[in-house]
Design a protein around this ligand. Structure first.
Ligand code: BGC
Length: 692
């Protein structure tokens, strides 16, 4: 390989879009564009890299006019709420197939940043606030995609947990706590899936840009964890050529760097550094070798015939994820609505007559047949251009009509409290929708629903005591009307089949089994940062966010503070009942727990038993150490065994760079949520120093 060929592999350029309307001449004519293009070396059979966004489906931000649309999956947070690794894997495989038929050999998926802040605009693109759950699901998504011979990323490494001024954001965290939280999620996910590439974050971590952070890239990712793939930047995150010395192997979306930092650092400046000896030859070889190693290991050079894509089957998967990820938060016996009801039902608000919302930003997917509707929203910064209320088919209103053929169902847009209340007054039951546009580039100012929807819900609940609220948001919301309504269903951004899954949940043709993958606080005052620094400052303002909660993210924080959230991590109701019994725990190298789960109710359903560490040798700290998703018929029981990853029982010792379990009694609890712990046990563990 010549040096020219080597350097050509180190940069990707992005396709034309609303920010960059002109097609980059580096992308050869006829090549379908998307997020990234890196030329191959045909002389040596090195394939070009063609990447597409694909956390929630294969995206097409206007680059491919003839593309007929892709499967718009539910948001990753819905997969998180399913607690089902099989769905994560199948979704990853779907992405791999739909990428391949478009010629893309790389999916920019695997968002596993922890949901640390309920204002983070991108939480819907991530799985959970918990490192274990995020890692297991993220790894399975990567395995699914790479099983189709398509490279997948895990992203954004690390601590891209807020969007506020993300290019100028310094995320501060205690290094050991970082290892026990966000970095542990990456570590476990990498071990389980060997992703071809790791995408770095926009933000700084403890003063150094994540993309040029030698501690994170050289010492931890490639050193301590022995990662063999390549580190690529996020789009517009390569600030300087010498990030190559800090462990970055590839500059992505180079034109964005040109806009933001007035340079494409890996094009000219990196070559100059090589010419004058500042970039060692060995390092250049290493950068290239990593890209080639992933390409050949995952097999993008050995594609056989294109995989068969059955869009109807893919729709079934989108539906199944929504079915398993919708969470019934509250139910005063009003749900499910009987299938033969002839009641007068009011459906109010949320554009429910048109479709379901989805998040905005680089993950937004145009479904087959297009959006049901697009309402322009806008906002500052480049991400403001694509900030829209995207509505995907299917319509919850239409789907309810199908499932309740005898009911008389009417729609009110919910544009004013008074008007909505008029319909509510003359109805037997009300289903009111609360929606919010969340997305990349924007943090939410608070936890409220926009556009006066809280007032509409309150007015409707005052007019009709049988009110059900369905929330379609990517984050927790405040519920000032909570005690006035009979049921609350968290439907997230449920994807193209979401309307059907919502209707099935409300009418009981499915038994809900989703569980919260993040804590719903009663208000921001309970969270680690009641005030978010930088919020509301102009785009481009240097901002520092201190993640002082360290590893005590989400439910761990609530346990430490002894605060009672609105709804706990892991919470979710079913139309049947489950009992946990006979918890037996073994010690040794780690904690292994065995217990029985029984469906004691009258219909089939799925339980998600959760095992938590609650006390580690006198140190009261809470960690999810195992979970399962168990489908049971009425009266059926199953014995379940869960073994903890020992790192979840340990502390990371920064001084020696190893994990340490201190000798003593370890208490664990099994429960229905982080708050609803029903069985306790304890076990003695010996001192153990292990891993890196
Ligand atoms: C996002 C990434 C995405 C990339 C390419 C960035 O703005 O942060 O998640 O993969 O764009 O579209």
């Amino acid at each position: 390989m010549t040096d020219d060929e080597r350097f050509s592999l180190l940069v990707s350029v992005m396709g034309a879009n609303s920010v960059l309307p002109v097609r980059d001449p580096r992308i050869p004519p006829g090549v379908g564009m998307s997020a990234g293009y890196t030329p191959g070396v045909p002389r040596l059979g090195v394939p070009a890299l063609r990447s597409t966004d694909g956390s929630l489906g294969i995206t097409n931000p206007g680059y491919r006019p003839t593309d007929k649309g892709a499967t718009a999956l539910p948001a990753s947070i819905v997969v998180g709420a399913s607690f089902n690794p099989v769905l994560a894997r199948e979704s990853g495989a779907l992405l791999g197939r739909e990428a391949r038929i478009r010629g893309f050999n790389m999916v920019l998926g695997g968002g596993i940043n922890l949901q640390r802040d309920p204002r983070n605009g991108r939480n819907f693109e991530y799985y959970s606030e918990d490192p274990l759950l995020s890692a297991v699901l993220g790894a399975e998504a990567v395995n699914g995609t790479q099983g189709e011979a398509v490279i997948s990323t895990l992203k954004h490494y690390s601590l891209n947990c807020n969007e506020t001024n993300r290019h100028w954001l310094d995320a501060i965290i205690d290094p050991a706590a970082h290892r026990e939280s966000d970095l542990l999620a990456f570590q476990i996910a990498i071990e389980r899936s060997q992703p071809g590439s790791i995408m770095t974050a926009y933000n700084k971590v403890n003063g150094e840009y994540a993309s040029g952070n030698s501690l994170l890239l050289n010492d931890i990712l490639k050193g301590a964890w022995g990662y063999k793939g390549w580190a690529m930047s996020d789009w517009g995150a390569t600030v300087s050529w010498d990030f190559a010395l800090s462990g970055l192997d590839q500059e992505s979306g180079a034109q964005i760097d040109d806009i933001l930092w007035k340079a494409e650092p890996f094009t000219g400046p990196l070559r100059e550094a090589y010419a004058n000896g500042k970039l060692p030859r060995e390092r250049l070889s290493d950068m290239v070798r990593r890209i080639l190693a992933s390409s050949y290991t995952i097999g993008i050079d050995r594609w056989g015939p294109a995989p068969k894509v059955d869009m109807a089957k893919h729709n079934d998967l989108a539906l199944e994820v929504a079915r398993q990820g919708i969470v019934v938060l509250k139910n005063d016996g009003l749900l499910p609505l009987p299938a033969d009801t002839n009641a007068k039902i009011a459906v109010i608000g949320g554009h429910a007559q048109e479709g379901v919302p989805t998040g905005t930003g680089s993950s937004a997917v145009v479904p087959e047949g297009g959006y049901a509707a697009v309402v322009k929203i806008g906002g500052p910064g480049p991400m403001g251009i694509g900030r829209n209320l995207f509505l995907l088919p299917t319509s919850p209103f239409a789907e309810l009509k199908k499932l309740l053929p005898n009911a008389r169902i009417y729609f009110d847009p919910g544009q004013s409290p008074a008007e909505a209340a008029l319909l509510a007054l003359r109805s037997d039951v009300v289903i009111v929708f609360g929606i919010r546009v969340e997305g990349e580039g924007f943090d939410l100012p608070d936890l409220s629903l926009p556009w006066g929807q809280d007032a509409v819900i309150s007015a409707v609940a005052a007019a009709n005591s049988k009110t059900i609220v369905v929330l379609e948001t990517g984050n927790p919301v405040r519920m000032p009307w909570h005690d006035k309504v009979r049921a609350v269903v968290q439907a997230w951004y449920p994807g193209q089949a979401g309307g059907q899954a919502i209707a099935e949940t409300l009418t009981g043709s499915l038994n809900p089994s989703g569980r919260l993958p993040l804590t719903f606080p009663a208000g921001l005052a309970q969270t680690p940062r009641p005030r978010l620094s930088g919020l509301g400052t102009p785009w481009g303002t240097p901002t520092t966010i201190r993640y002082n909660e360290g590893a005590e993210v989400g439910y761990r924080w609530f346990a430490k503070e002894r605060a009672k959230p609105l709804y706990a991590f892991g919470h979710g109701l079913s139309y049947t009942h489950f009992v946990h019994e006979n918890l037996a725990v073994r010690g040794g190298e780690t904690v292994t727990a065995t217990f029985t789960v029984t469906n004691s109710g009258a219909r089939e359903g799925a339980d998600v038993p959760q095992l938590y560490l609650i006390d580690a040798a006198g140190d009261k700290r809470m960690r999810l150490i195992g979970f399962d998703r168990v489908v049971l018929k009425p009266g059926e029981s199953k014995r379940v065994t869960l073994s903890a990853d020992p790192r979840l029982l340990a502390r990371f010792d920064e001084k020696v760079g190893r994990w340490r379990i201190v000798a003593g009694r370890y208490r664990v609890a099994l429960g229905m949520s982080a708050e609803d712990l029903r069985l306790h046990a304890e076990v003695a563990l010996a001192t153990r120093v292990f891993g890196t």
